[in-house]
Design a protein around this ligand. Structure first.
Ligand SMILES: NC(=O)c1ccc[n+]([C@@H]2O[C@H](COP(=O)([O-])OP(=O)(O)OC[C@H]3O[C@@H](n4cnc5c(N)ncnc54)[C@H](OP(=O)(O)O)[C@@H]3O)[C@@H](O)[C@H]2O)c1
Length: 208
């Protein structure tokens, strides 16, 4: 699969390592090219660097691994090119970092998913990977049993695509529901920062 990554910091670089290992083609982007170029060297021939616009044009899936506060400005340039794409939204709303956009997202019934979906109204937006800290992601992936489950929610046509990427990152995807359920994944919600296996996650959702 071709993946356009916007943001190549702690989360973006971690996901890039797993996805390259699984054989995906990546275009990584951020505002500063130098850290991205260093990462590209490490990742090998399946990964190239570019601008966020190039990531949007390249990816069948476009991953937002940037602060939530950056999403609206990115969407001004990228909403049109990603209109037929799956957008994987890994952002978290932190008012201290992201300001008023995060406060609005936390007050909205659709949470941070709603913020991103409003910025990219024609894309198939899926919320995921925001619930797990990078340190947990890295350490739990070294343990094999039981594997960590990762909740997803959002556009029904986008979820199956993202489920594959979750598996390719060594985790077990659990689709929690459509857009109206994505708020469960936000900070303060029952699925945020919980290192649960699939059975425990489904139990948390009331599914036994
Ligand atoms: N760290 C975690 O454990 C973790 C876990 C789950 C979810 N998240 C969420 O994932 C997102 C990224 O977190 P992180 O910890 O990876 O942050 P980070 O290490 O600070 O990396 C952020 C990345 O986004 C890029 N970026 C920032 N503003 C940008 C813009 N306007 N346009 C393009 N690229 C931009 C940064 O590069 P430049 O500054 O060069 O642009 C950098 O590559 C956040 O929303 C965070 O809440 C983080």
């Amino acid at each position: 699969m071709r993946i356009g990554l916007i943001g190549a910091g702690r989360l973006g670089s971690t996901l890039a390592r797993y996805w390259v290992r699984a054989g995906h083609e990546l275009l990584l982007s951020a505002r500063r090219r130098e850290p991205v170029e260093e990462l590209i060297e490490e990742l090998g021939p399946l990964a190239v660097s570019g601008t966020p616009a190039e990531a949007a044009a390249f990816g069948e899936v476009v991953v937002l691994a940037v602060p939530l506060g950056a999403v609206a400005a990115l969407a001004e340039e990228l909403a049109e090119p990603v209109s037929d794409r799956v957008v994987l939204d890994a952002t978290n709303p932190f008012p201290k970092r992201d300001g008023a956009a995060a406060e609005r997202a936390l007050r909205s019934p659709l949470g941070s998913f709603g913020h991103t979906a409003a910025c990219f109204p024609q894309a198939r937006v899926v919320k995921g990977f925001n619930t797990v800290f990078v340190a947990t992601l890295r350490s739990r992936l070294q343990a094999t049993d039981p594997p960590l489950a990762l909740p997803l929610a959002g556009h029904p046509d986008g979820c199956p695509v993202v489920e594959r990427l979750v598996r390719d990152a060594g985790l077990v995807p659990v689709v929690v529901g459509g857009p109206e359920r994505a708020v469960l994944l936000d900070p303060g919600g029952p699925l945020w920062n919980r290192a649960l296996d699939e059975r425990a996650l489904r139990a948390e959702l009331g599914g036994g």
